[in-house]
Design a protein around this ligand. Structure first.
Ligand code: ARG
Length: 419
């Protein structure tokens, strides 16, 4: 009996995980917004075992990764992406893409995000449940990509921003998330949950990239939004509202959404409501540069370009106001509207340009996002016990935020993807 016990105990010791020691010049402690010098982070079984490691403790089976000259920080979170589809297809051309081909394009989009240092994304709307399949495929190890929190099809009114208005009536094309009236909306939330959604996305107002919608005009009524949010929250899902227009933003916040996406025409009352309700804003202030630059050459229809010309400017000045008022913020870029998914971290420097400190921008892209997802105990900072999502840049990102545009090392859950 005793011999058996000793044997089992020694077996357990032997199959203990080999550890990885990552040595770097410093790491960013995102909560305090400070760097801690001479970092040695110890990773075991996909998690951070210690942030105060000692290389003398490394055993013969352990790995030491030497990142001299680099600063470590938690992997980035992009809280607004559209993973599925070939994003070079614009307007009506998108309708011709099969769900299967769109998913294969999504595999490549996901890989690019991960390689750019984005280890967690929230997928807010795909024309099919492809984003749910991609999430599961990444989890299963079939393909590589960030950890995905996926919405599946976004809910919206008939003819609204979350519908598909590119084809004439006889083609009978509508988006899978179309639902009108409180009970249809509740049923659609239930359907999305049935097919695996982690989060509910809906369109509260018109948008820039859709046909025939006005950004300022509210689409769902307050009553529809209240039903949607209570149904989702009762089932434990968070809710993201696409809202550019002033009244739609405020009704979405009153209805209790967890985040408002875009928030372009938010007014002082909306800012106040967001502060009072603890609502996160996810303002995609980088994408304007793509739409009004390369987007024109890429064939974005004039109708959409014209809308962007007014929205972009106002969104940026309202971003500054919201930051000054102390609204909670996450980084959401709308990757997918711009096809180069690796550009996601470019938004960080724009967030600093329009009013955040570098520390605030990093918090928006890490711990704030983890908190929005209700996963702040699992991810979003380099702390003992959390998942080992670790990236590195050359130099101190608190001094030069644009360093995040060149992430040289990517680890997700303890596995190295880029080095
Ligand atoms: N998906 C959004 C929409 O179509 C993109 C908005 C882009 N413009 C901006 N200024 N953020 O409405």
């Amino acid at each position: 009996m005793k011999i058996l016990f000793v044997f089992l105990a020694s077996l357990i010791c032997q199959i203990a995980w080999a550890k990885t020691y990552i040595r770097a010049d410093a790491y960013v402690e995102v909560k305090s917004g400070k760097t801690i010098g001479n970092a040695i982070i110890v990773v075991e079984d996909g998690r951070i075992e210690s942030t105060k490691g000692n290389l003398n403790d490394a055993g013969p089976d352990d790995e030491v990764i030497d990142l001299a000259g680099k600063t470590l920080m938690p992997g980035l979170f992009d809280m607004h992406v559209h993973l599925i589809g070939n994003k070079l297809l614009k307007g009506a051309a998108r309708v011709q893409e099969s769900d299967q081909l769109a998913l294969l394009a999504g595999v490549e989009n996901a890989r690019k995000l991960l390689m750019a240092g984005v280890t967690t994304v929230r997928s807010l709307g795909s024309s099919s449940y492809g984003d749910i399949a991609l999430r599961d495929g990444i989890r299963a190890g079939y393909v590589i990509g960030p950890r995905v929190f996926a919405s599946g099809p976004a809910l919206g009114i008939t003819g609204g921003h979350c519908d598909n208005n590119w084809m004439p009536r006889e083609r009978d094309i509508r988006n899978a998330g179309v639902a009108n009236g409180p009970w249809e909306v509740a049923a659609k939330v239930r359907e999305n949950i049935k097919f695996g959604s982690d989060v509910i996305k809906f369109c509260a107002t018109g948008g820039v990239m859709s046909k025939g919608t006005k950004v300022g005009v509210q689409q769902y009524t307050l009553e529809e939004m209240q039903t949607l949010v209570s149904e989702a929250h009762r089932r434990g899902l968070i809710v993201a509202a696409h809202a550019h227009g002033t009244s739609g933003i405020k009704d979405a916040i009153r209805a209790g959404v967890d985040s408002v996406e875009h928030a372009s025409y938010i007014d002082d009352e909306g800012i106040q409501l967001a502060v009072e309700n603890g609502t996160y804003l996810s303002m995609d202030i980088y994408v304007t540069e793509y739409i009004l630059g390369q987007g024109i050459a890429d064939g974005i229809p004039e109708e959409n370009i014209a809308k962007e010309r007014t929205v972009g400017k106002i969104q940026r000045s309202n971003f500054t106001k919201a930051v000054e008022a102390g609204v909670k913020m996450v980084m959401g870029t709308d990757a997918g509207v711009y096809p180069g998914f690796a550009d996601s971290p470019k938004q960080l420097s724009r967030m600093v340009k329009f009013g955040m400190t570098p520390a605030q921008a990093l918090q928006a892209a890490t711990i704030n996002a983890a908190t929005l997802l209700k996963k702040q105990d699992e991810m979003g900072s380099l702390e003992e016990g959390k998942l080992a999502d670790i990236i590195a840049v050359a130099g101190n990102p608190l001094e030069d935020i644009s360093l995040l545009e060149d992430v040289t090392f990517v680890m997700k859950e303890g596995r190295v993807y880029k080095r």
